[in-house]
Ligand binder design. Structure first.
Ligand SMILES: [Zn+2]
Length: 159
């Protein structure tokens, strides 16, 4: 799906959600939604605030938090907890994974992982809209460091 079509769809979903729940449809809320959908990958609240400020859009931190909560409830944004860091990400139509290093906490995104068929083959009576996958392990940098440490320890033993 091209991006302009996605933007149009998510704006419509948000409008429906706000109407249904009798929330006000303010320009701030739409500006936050559109800013989030212009970001590829995950972000922290401070990144989003900086972005909105650059576009000369003044919104309070409280409004951003409040709107993100609405967007999570509308299934347009997901929240990731990577260790002690809270990150957010657009999720409409999203099919991606995150590799998380359990040593240093580094998060690497994997896009277009072709496992949708495997997933859908294993689920019944469920209409899948989007998914997010967390893969835990050791990143290459930490793996190399661990190997070097092991070699050093073995050398010391030999002396
Ligand atoms: Zn690591």
């Amino acid at each position: 799906m091209d991006n302009s079509k996605t933007i149009e769809t998510v704006n419509n979903i948000f409008t429906e959600y706000l109407k249904e729940n009798r929330y006000r449809r303010t320009p701030e809320r739409y500006a936050i939604l559109n800013a989030i959908y212009s970001i590829n990958g995950n972000f922290e609240i401070c990144d989003l605030l900086q972005m909105l400020e650059k576009e000369k859009f003044r919104v309070s931190r409280a409004t951003v938090y409040n709107t993100i909560t609405l967007l999570i409830n509308a299934n347009l944004v997901i929240h990731h907890q990577f260790g002690s860091t809270s990150k957010y990400e657009r999720c409409y139509g999203s099919e991606k994974g995150h590799m998380i290093c359990t040593k240093c906490g580094k998060v690497t995104e994997i896009n277009n992982i072709n496992i949708k068929e495997t997933i859908t083959a294993n689920i019944k009576k469920f209409h899948l809209t989007h998914y997010s996958l967390y893969l835990y392990g050791i990143c290459n940098k930490c793996h190399q460091a661990m190997k070097r440490r092991k070699t050093r320890m073995n050398k010391n033993k030999g002396q």
